[in-house]
Write a protein that binds this ligand. Structure first.
Ligand SMILES: Nc1ncnc2c1ncn2[C@@H]1O[C@H](COP(=O)(O)OP(=O)(O)OP(=O)(O)O)[C@@H](O)[C@H]1O
Ligand SMILES: [Mg+2]
Length: 380
């Protein structure tokens, strides 16, 4: 009894009650049968061509999937975009073409079953837009962060020149001026590299002297550490073999960490002399840079957040919270890792470990510094 009831329902009602739009088209693409759902969605259909009903067109679609199914008898599934309500609204649907194959293999009719996916498409588009906006925000903060690091060095240079002039100390003026020159070059390089990055820049590894890199960073912060009354020490293992890395990128990681360490000293209110140490060793095939400070330290709650996007404990006008995030990304791209230890109130130590075997391969580098104003031609 129950089986017959089900059979009856399947035969009498299934076609009209399934939540899918179904129509049957003949070889002239005219709709010869359709279910209720189809009529509710697409309106009047009797003897009208499917391309007119679905898409408000006067002629068959290019790449017509139904035509292909008439030819080869294969079931096809595809996503389509149609127009409903007299051209009022665009809608998306997922459609399947199923041939009705006669015993003599002739195909006179194709069934088209379509499911509306407009809502899903809209959500997908909204998600993509939200992701795009988030990426734009991160990019803008990234640019500002890169420029900020250089600006700090420029301020150091400017301070050197100003105090040098005031004190009639030519040496000091010369040092400050060199710092200004170097960092204007660095800024210009950063902007050019950022543009290259925006066009799809990948890390550019060259052979770099890891020790020299650390010395350059220390030199960049010398003036600023003086002003902050922090002793900046270096403890660098002598003559370390060159290593393939993206010089600017690793440089910016070290700048981030030293800059954080100096900030931590300034944020501490303990009565002691402050020291920041930048050290480097090359042991067991691993290059490790360590930056230690005896500043404010990091308490447990903050330590959980510092490697997440945009967390800054320095207030909105000072930190962007992008420094450690960028550092982590760059170090990972070099096959290494960043870690830290900290004791609240006593200080912190950040460590970048770069196993030599994971470092990227050296590639021919496009020297952006000698391009002529960005029109793509190189000076000779
Ligand atoms: N050496 C450190 N000592 C104490 N706290 C630190 C130290 N390094 C990082 N932090 C904490 O981690 C937070 C995140 O650091 P991060 O470098 O990512 O951002 P930021 O320094 O605040 O901003 P930005 O680097 O963009 O200028 C800092 O705001 C600070 O609270
Ligand atoms: Mg920082």
């Amino acid at each position: 009894m129950a089986a017959r009831e089900i059979d009856n329902w399947l035969q009498m009602k299934l076609f009209h009650e399934v939540p899918v739009s179904i129509c049957v088209i003949d070889r002239g693409f005219r709709i010869v049968q359709a279910n209720r759902r189809f009529e509710e969605t697409y309106g009047e259909w009797k003897n009208r061509p499917c391309y007119t009903v679905y898409k408000d067109r006067d002629e068959r679609c290019t790449n017509c999937a139904a035509l292909a199914t008439f030819v080869d008898g294969k079931v096809r599934s595809l996503e389509e975009q149609g127009i409903v309500g007299n051209g009022q609204s665009v809608h998306h649907y997922f459609v399947q073409m199923i041939p009705i194959v006669r015993p003599d293999e002739m195909i006179n009719y194709v069934i088209e079953m379509s499911t509306d996916i407009t809502t899903e498409k809209k959500l997908e588009q909204e998600k993509r837009e939200a992701e795009r906006l988030a990426a734009v925000g991160e990019t803008v903060a990234g640019i500002a962060h890169g420029i900020k690091n250089v600006l700090m060095a420029l301020e150091g240079g400017m301070y050197g020149v100003t105090t040098g002039i005031e004190q009639g100390d030519d040496d000091r003026v010369a040092k400050g001026w060199t710092m200004l020159q170097e960092n204007i070059t660095r800024l210009s390089r950063f902007v050019k590299e950022f543009l290259a990055f925006a066009r799809g820049r990948v890390s550019q590894a060259t052979m770099v002297n890891p020790q020299q890199l650390a010395l350059d960073v220390a030199e960049e912060f010398r003036e600023q550490a003086n002003i902050a009354n922090v002793e900046l020490r270096t403890d660098l293992q002598e003559i370390i073999k060159e290593a393939p890395m993206d010089k600017e990128e690793i440089y910016s990681c070290l700048v981030n960490l030293v800059s954080n360490a100096l900030d931590a000293c300034q944020m501490s209110d303990a009565d002691r002399s402050y020291i920041v140490t930048l050290s480097l060793k090359d042991q067991g095939g691993i290059l490790s840079y360590e930056i230690s400070d005896n500043g404010c330290g990091i308490d447990y709650e903050i330590s959980k957040k510092i490697f997440t996007s945009f967390f800054s404990g320095k207030g909105a006008d000072k930190g962007t919270g992008l420094g450690l995030l960028t550092t982590k990304k760059i170090v990972h791209q070099h096959g290494g890792k960043v870690s830290f230890e900290s004791e609240p109130g006593k200080g912190s130590l950040f460590r970048i470990e770069l196993p030599r075997e994971n470092l990227p391969e050296v590639q021919d580098r496009i020297d952006l510094a000698v391009s002529d104003g960005g029109n793509g031609q190189r000076k000779n």
